[in-house]
Design a protein around this ligand. Structure first.
Ligand code: SF4
Length: 374
């Protein structure tokens, strides 16, 4: 059975052509599925009966089973989705006054192994398919419309900052990005779709050509010696190569700056000397056209990391040094603290695989019981 969530418009058009149908049928299907949240071909009233018959038995719109949903006091909602084989991934919706942002996962686990990231500590299970990436957005958007009783679009921004390194799953992420941007899909602005990477340099260059969206780079250290320890991928793509790729990216990016994410770790990377080294690093690349902003992230400690959150005054002093030197620097507000929804903690529940397995088993038992009852 083919899951139609796996396709961007070109993919769906090719699938329809395989059924002997014209491209405009793919446009109709895409709108029904993504704009209206319809999964039942029988309800797609303007599709020819002959096409509905062809789809039945060959194709489906299959959502991911929801293992759990937690809503924070501040309106943040976190979902844990079952992707099979004992794996689960998380998505988080963060409502703000002027936007609704969904943080999406691209892999089950992550192979990069950043020291401060709980996902990294789990290791890597597998890449998500395009359908599994898109299903997070499809479910969240249409759940939220029902939840908030609106027919208007709720999710205005998508950030690929959940579990996984999206640029290490490039071929599946690319159709998902195209679908997010497609006017027949989610119609999001390129400026409002952000890929966050730890620095896979060749794929940054490919994204420039294939689908330039906003780019965030997990920097976390001003020198190779320190970044090698915090973000092991740095040994393959060191800072100078990475920042040069960022400068090249800006030539076709929808925003005129790169966002550098910087997780503030007590006594590790948060001193004035680190801020000064960052200024030196970014100045060196300004000549290539690099423009950037910094987003300082309060670290969410977890036992295996052996790391602590920087005290707030040190974070403010660090931000002050960068801002005074002319680099716009913000400190990320923590959201959803009561449900462990912060960046780098998305895997909080998943980390304990035993508990996840138990919850999945409970959910499967409940589902089969429902089937028996009905
Ligand atoms: S911070 Fe991102 S790239 Fe690094 S281990 Fe975590 S999920 Fe992977």
């Amino acid at each position: 059975m083919v899951n139609l969530l796996d396709f961007d418009l070109d993919g769906l058009a090719a699938f329809c052509e395989g059924l002997g149908e014209k491209r405009f049928r793919a446009v109709q299907l895409l709108r029904w599925i993504h704009q209206r949240g319809q999964a039942d071909f029988g309800q797609m009233s303007d599709l020819a009966k002959s096409l509905r018959d062809k789809l039945a038995g060959r194709a489906e719109v299959a959502a991911l089973p929801v293992i759990s949903q937690h809503e924070s006091r501040d309106g943040t909602i976190k979902w844990l989705f079952d992707v099979g084989g004992g794996n689960a991934v998380e998505s988080v919706f963060i409502p703000e006054d002027d936007r609704g942002t969904l943080c999406v996962s691209s892999q089950a686990g992550c192979a990069v192994g950043c020291r401060f990231c709980s996902t990294g500590h789990q290791g890597f299970s597998r890449n998500l398919s395009t359908a599994e990436i898109v299903a997070q957005l499809w479910f969240a958007e249409h759940f939220l419309r029902r939840h908030l009783q609106t027919e208007e679009r709720v999710i205005s921004n998508v950030v690929m900052m959940g579990m996984g390194e999206p640029l290490q799953n490039y071929d599946r992420v690319l159709p998902a990005l195209r679908l997010m941007l497609d006017d027949h899909g989610y119609g999001l602005s390129r400026r409002r779709v952000t890929v966050s990477t730890s620095g896979v340099v060749p794929m940054i260059d490919r994204l420039t050509r294939d689908c330039p969206v906003a780019l965030a780079v997990s920097l976390h250290a001003p020198t190779d010696a320190l970044r090698d320890q915090l973000v092991p991928l740095n040994r393959k793509y060191p800072l100078d190569e990475l920042l040069s790729a960022c400068a090249r990216y800006l030539a076709s990016a929808p925003r005129d700056f790169i966002t550098f994410e910087y997780c503030m770790l007590d006594g590790v990377n948060d001193g004035p000397e680190h801020a000064r080294a960052l200024l030196e690093l970014t100045r060196r690349h300004a000549a290539e056209g690099l423009r950037c902003k910094f987003n300082l992230i309060p670290f969410n400690p977890f036992p295996q990391s052996g790391l602590l959150r920087s005290p707030a005054p040190r974070v403010l002093a660090f931000a002050g040094l960068l801002n005074n030197a002319g680099i716009v620097t913000t400190v990320r507000k923590t959201r959803g603290d009561d449900i462990d929804a912060a960046c780098g903690q998305l895997a909080g529940d998943v980390r304990d695989r035993t508990r996840v397995q138990q919850r999945m088993a409970r959910q499967r038992a409940a589902t089969s019981q429902k089937k028996v009852v009905s």
